[in-house]
Every structure is written in structure tokens, then in C-alpha cells.
Design a protein. Structure first.
Length: 94
């Protein structure tokens, strides 16, 4: 089964598909449906992490609240949680 015709890949965003493609190029396509599902979750999650990192890089770690006071960018907390889950998702690919 080629990655380009894999239904698990087709459901992903363009960024997550690029991550899927990199993984498949390095390690090959998982042979079982549960492993392909795990790869899809991993790729989507990593794409979200990359998006959050980009947002924080563009906007900074400190932003103005609705009232104009400086606060930690909300994406920082989301990123912290997402990074905490990533090792578990990566382990499912082994």
C-alpha cells in the first residue's frame, strides 16, 4: 500500500500528511491498521505542535489580554500539554 493512497493519510491536514510522508520515508508504512491509525494520530499531533510553535514564534510568549495587560500566550500552555503527550504517541509507533 503506497502512502499516497492510504485512507488514514488522506484524512489528515496537509501539514500532517507531510509529517506522515517523512515518517514513511524513514521507517516505511506500518503494516497493520492500528499502527497506521497510531501514525495518523502522531502526525496530526505533531502538526499541531509545529503550528503552536510557529504561532508563539510569530506572536511571542507574552501577549496582551482582552484588557490590555501582558499575559502568557495561551498557546504556551497548549504546547506544553501537547509536548507531554508526544512521547506516548511516539511509543505507539514502535
Amino acid at each position: 500500500m503506497r502512502a499516497q493512497t492510504c485512507p488514514e493519510r488522506d484524512r489528515l491536514s496537509a501539514d500532517a500528511q507531510a509529517i506522515w510522508d517523512r515518517h514513511v520515508a524513514e521507517r516505511g508504512l506500518p503494516q497493520t491498521a492500528p499502527r497506521r491509525d497510531a501514525l495518523a494520530v502522531y502526525a496530526a499531533h505533531l502538526a499541531q505542535i509545529e503550528d503552536l510553535q510557529g504561532r508563539i514564534a510569530r506572536e511571542g510568549t507574552i501577549v496582551a489580554s482582552d484588557k490590555g495587560t501582558p499575559v502568557e500566550h495561551p498557546a504556551c500552555r497548549v504546547l506544553e500539554r501537547a509536548l507531554g503527550v508526544l512521547p506516548k504517541l511516539a511509543a505507539a509507533l514502535r
